[in-house]
Write a protein that binds this ligand. Structure first.
Ligand SMILES: NC(=O)c1ccc[n+]([C@@H]2O[C@H](COP(=O)([O-])OP(=O)(O)OC[C@H]3O[C@@H](n4cnc5c(N)ncnc54)[C@H](O)[C@@H]3O)[C@@H](O)[C@H]2O)c1
Ligand SMILES: [Zn+2]
Length: 364
């Protein structure tokens, strides 16, 4: 299958998507895109034992010296401390400005690795090899790299595009069920904001997706990446509002992640709850048909994603966190609201009087 491209001029890059691409195509893909110097292979403690050796062998096949760096698995690794640790390992491995980095893992490894590569020696090239569904449909493309601040997610980061993305859906076979489900939320999100036909396709193929049928996974990921690549090419730095659409469900979602801490919600789970909330707000304020809101909720629910705020969260606290969100302009909370399935808009005019009661109605 031909590569997908992110058309960004001299920052543009290819996305290779194929079943077993990590075994069969990684060596070539990496060798023509990375400089000849040392390569850091960043992964986490779950992914490294599964795919690290194959990736290392592929990189070494092109004559590169590989320095393995492994971080603990989980959102906790998107921290200043871990970033400093990774940078220390790169120095320890005597990587210099001719070096490069490969981020092999989920969104955490991608966000952390991309950020480390962007700031190490003022920036070395990096390549994404996403292994979670969430990273394969969303986070590996687009160049948003970040670590978390204790007060807010992704607060410290930058835009830095990778030099290539290699997606091997066969790695999803070992992805734990809940992590796979979490990634489905971002896929549903993509469909809701920009592709009604994809949404219907997901509804029709929910069984095949859940059972990780190769053809269904490749189709789902390909379509999500096509959309993401096009959006990023249009609005790389989230200036026109186009890329902001990808934040559907993320306003409440990030608040839930911040309030609950990383152990409470996976990213996609929080986004799922946030999407149901946004759908309901959209019914009230943006003319989103109630029947379509019901379809969104039903699909998320059918995948086993949460569609309510569980006990233990305080609506007032969530509202406060939403007010501090970096996606806002000034004091106004901005929401992405669907108008219909496949079409959404960024709105800064949702009345405050609708927000708090809306959150309260989402409590389980
Ligand atoms: N940069 C972006 O544009 C963007 C977009 C969406 C989300 N994100 C970020 O992505 C992060 C979430 O990513 P995630 O859900 O991939 O989390 P993650 O990286 O923590 O991966 C989830 C879990 O699955 C494990 N794992 C990954 N691949 C595996 C495989 N093939 N086999 C077995 N285990 C595997 C990981 O070790 C981890 O325990 C969040 O921090 C979120 O903010 C970033
Ligand atoms: Zn997200």
């Amino acid at each position: 299958m031909p590569d997908l491209n992110v058309h960004l001029g001299d920052r543009g890059y290819d996305i290779r998507l194929a079943w077993r691409a990590l075994d069969e195509e990684f060596a070539r893909f990496a060798s023509v895109r990375l400089p000849a110097g040392k390569t850091a292979l960043l992964s986490d403690a779950n992914v490294s034992p599964l795919y690290g050796d194959a990736a290392q062998a592929a990189l070494e096949a092109s004559g590169r010296e590989v320095h393995r760096v492994t971080v603990p698995a989980g959102e906790g690794s998107k921290s200043f401390e871990r970033l400093e640790g990774v940078l220390g390992e790169l120095l320890h491995g005597r990587l210099d400005r001719s070096a490069s980095l490969v981020a092999l893992g989920g969104g955490v490894v991608g966000d952390l690795g991309g950020f480390a590569a962007a700031v190490f020696m003022r920036g070395i090239p990096f390549l994404m090899a996403p292994t979670s569904l969430l990273a394969q449909v969303d986070s590996s493309v687009g160049g948003k790299v970040a670590v978390n601040h204790p007060r807010a997610k992704n607060l410290v980061g930058l835009f830095r595009q990778p030099v290539g993305v290699l997606v091997d859906p066969a790695t999803l076979v070992t992805l734990p069920g809940e992590e796979f489900t979490s990634g489905l939320a971002e896929a549903v999100k993509t469909a809701v904001i920009l592709d009604g036909a994809l949404f219907s396709w997901i509804e029709d193929h929910a069984g095949g997706i859940r059972s990780k049928t190769p053809d269904d996974l490749v189709h789902l990921i390909r379509r999500c990446l096509e959309i993401k690549a096009a959006v990023v090419a249009e609005d790389e730095r989230e200036r026109t509002g186009r890329r902001s659409l990808l934040n559907l469900g993320h306003t409440l979602g990030h608040a839930l992640e911040t309030a609950g801490g990383p152990s409470r919600f996976r990213h996609g789970e929080a986004v799922a709850v946030g999407m149901v909330f946004a759908s309901r707000l959209a019914v009230e304020t943006a003319g989103f048909p109630p029947a379509e809101a019901a379809r969104v909720e039903a699909l998320l629910d059918a995948f086993g994603l949460p569609v309510r705020i569980p006990e233990g969260f305080e609506p007032g606290t969530l509202l406060e966190i939403m007010r501090a969100d970096k996606k806002n302009l000034g004091e106004t909370i901005r929401f992405v609201l669907p108008r219909s399935i496949g079409e959404a808009e960024l709105r800064g005019d949702v009345p405050e009087s609708a927000i708090l009661p809306g959150i309260e109605k989402m409590m389980a």
